[in-house]
Design a protein around this ligand. Structure first.
Ligand code: I3S
Length: 128
């Protein structure tokens, strides 16, 4: 149908592979554990999928995918955070509940696109 085709292209547009590590849970610091994660923006949430090899766009089907976790972007804060890692292109996402994630890509244009996409959602939610 037209609407499922629209959803499909929307997901394709706002999904991709990033390196991810959670660095805090409820304000408590965690040990870094970087791993590639398939990231999808769905509505007001970022959804992370664990196994990128089985979660490429061609195999992505609603129903057979297993999100590892998801992040509510309402009230979240986004900051460039290159001082928090030896890797380049790192930003930090902090949720209202005090969960903190670092997201990273070797591709400058890709990380900038993710940064502004996420910031736009946060700004829109702030205005509501
Ligand atoms: O901020 P840190 O502690 O230097 O982060 C590095 C460590 O987490 C390291 O793991 P172990 O200390 O458990 O071996 C990771 O392998 C590194 O990737 C972390 O640093 P970067 O600079 O990559 O974020």
């Amino acid at each position: 149908s037209h609407s499922s085709l629209c959803s499909f292209f929307y997901l394709l547009h706002s999904s991709g592979l990033l390196n991810k590590t959670k660095i805090a849970e409820g304000g408590r610091k965690l040990r870094k554990n970087w791993s590639p994660s398939w990231v999808v923006l769905v509505g007001n949430s970022l959804v992370f999928f664990k196994d990128p090899k089985s979660q490429t766009p061609s195999s992505w089907k609603p129903g057979n995918s297993r999100p590892e976790s998801s992040v509510d972007l309402r009230g979240a804060k986004l900051h460039w955070a290159n001082e928090l890692s030896s890797k380049k292109n790192v930003f930090k996402l902090r949720t209202v509940t005090g969960n903190e994630f670092l997201l990273q890509s070797e591709t400058d244009s890709l990380i900038r696109e993710w940064y502004s996409t996420i910031q736009n959602v946060i700004d829109r939610l702030d205005r509501e």
